[in-house]
Design a binder for this molecule. Structure first.
Ligand code: KG4
Ligand code: ZN
Length: 353
């Protein structure tokens, strides 16, 4: 059973073919990242226009790399939300048109849920992917950490899950991006902070970890502000100094120390909740997913604190991709969920889990 996945929720235009929900046949990703760097963040109009330009070539590339023709494809899965409305629309319109024209069942996918499904891939016909030997087993405890989401979810089975907690303000990836911007480190901030942190002292300054009334909720906006205040002090200025003036006043080693101190607390906050939930619910498998799951410190700390094997996707499958969308579509299809009518597929920018 081969599913073509299509993903356009943010700035990545992606198409992939996955066989039987676990074998990656192709994974094409065209990012408009370079077009957004000058603005320090994703510009929705630029992202949408770029999706429009590259979506058909990206789908062709995915089919070619998978050595598939349309006759080999059993279904199409497309991200319907959450995400940027203009970006989602390009993927949804393309997928519904192809579904109607090529006569393939269409599955609408929740992007956040799909991130978790990157962990179900265990084989590839493409080289240079690292996979676990077998997929996660239910119940699955999932920490979903990206630029838009920070959620702790307990999956009893496919599509049967309970949201244990989530961020009450910034997503953790968003906090990485904002602190990086403040330090003048290149966009996207997550990898830049991680790189700078490697050269810094994580104990340089003890930044505050938010105390939440629910132990499974998160808050990163106070941590971000504390990083700003510390940076202003290190620059010898007070809180009135605009953050845009900071990069010029701080040395590389000062930036590295802030990055390391910030990353330490952000990762600790995530792992505290994960470890507690692991103890309370005793799941068969624990997975981390989403762009921030690429963070080595998070992977190492989670493995160490939980004292067991943690699933995390290959680094190329942590950030947005269509393989995870195809895997989720495969399980919808095999669990006999009704496909979506291509003539009434709606995008849902604010879709939640
Ligand atoms: O899942 P994703 O590609 O898009 C969303 O659905 O949001 O996640 C992107 C986020 C960005 O905030 C980026 O800075 C963060 O993932 N990220 C990282 C790392 N790589 C990407 N954060 C921390 N460490 C990394 N190595
Ligand atoms: Zn994502």
């Amino acid at each position: 059973m081969k599913v073509l996945g299509i993903e356009t929720s943010c700035d990545e235009t992606a198409a992939a073919v996955v066989e039987d929900g676990y074998r990656l046949l192709s994974n094409a990703v065209a990012s408009s990242l370079n077009l957004h760097i000058a603005y320090g963040g994703v510009v929705p109009e630029i992202a949408a226009r770029s999706h429009l330009e590259v979506i058909l070539p990206t789908i062709d590339e995915a089919l070619l790399a998978a050595r598939c023709s349309w006759g080999d494809i059993d279904a199409i899965a497309v991200t319907a939300g959450p995400g940027l409305v203009g970006s989602l629309l390009i993927g949804a319109l393309t997928a519904s048109t192809l579904s109607a024209v090529k006569n393939k069942p269409l599955y609408a996918i929740n992007h956040v849920e799909a991130h978790v499904y990157a962990n179900f891939l265990t084989q590839s016909t493409q080289e240079s992917y690292e996979f676990p030997p077998s997929p996660p087993r239910f119940p699955v405890l999932a920490l979903i950490v990206s630029g838009g989401h920070t959620q702790l979810v307990l999956f009893m089975d496919h599509f049967n899950y309970r949201l244990l907690g989530q961020t009450t303000d910034d997503a953790v990836g968003e906090a990485f991006d904002k602190v990086a911007k403040m330090l003048g480190l290149p966009y996207p901030g997550g990898p830049s902070i991680a790189l700078a942190a490697n050269k810094g002292n994580p104990d340089y300054v003890k930044l505050p970890k938010a105390q939440m009334s629910s132990p499974y909720d998160f808050s990163f906006s106070g941590l971000k502000t504390a990083a700003l205040r510390t940076s202003q002090q290190m620059a010898g200025k007070d809180f009135t100094l605009p953050s845009s003036a900071l990069p010029k006043l701080l040395s590389d080693s000062q930036k590295a120390d802030i990055a390391a101190s910030f990353q330490k607390v952000a990762v600790e906050a995530l792992v505290d909740a994960l470890a507690l939930a692991d103890k309370e619910f005793n799941p068969e498998s624990v997975v981390i997913a989403g762009g921030v799951a690429a963070n080595q410190q998070l992977r190492d700390e989670a493995t160490k604190r939980l004292g067991k094997n943690i699933f995390y996707p290959d680094i190329k499958l942590c950030t947005d991709n269509a393989a995870m969308v195809a895997v989720n579509g495969y399980f919808q299809m095999t669990l006999k969920k009704p496909p979506t009518d291509p003539f009434s597929l709606d995008v849902e920018p604010g879709l939640t889990m």
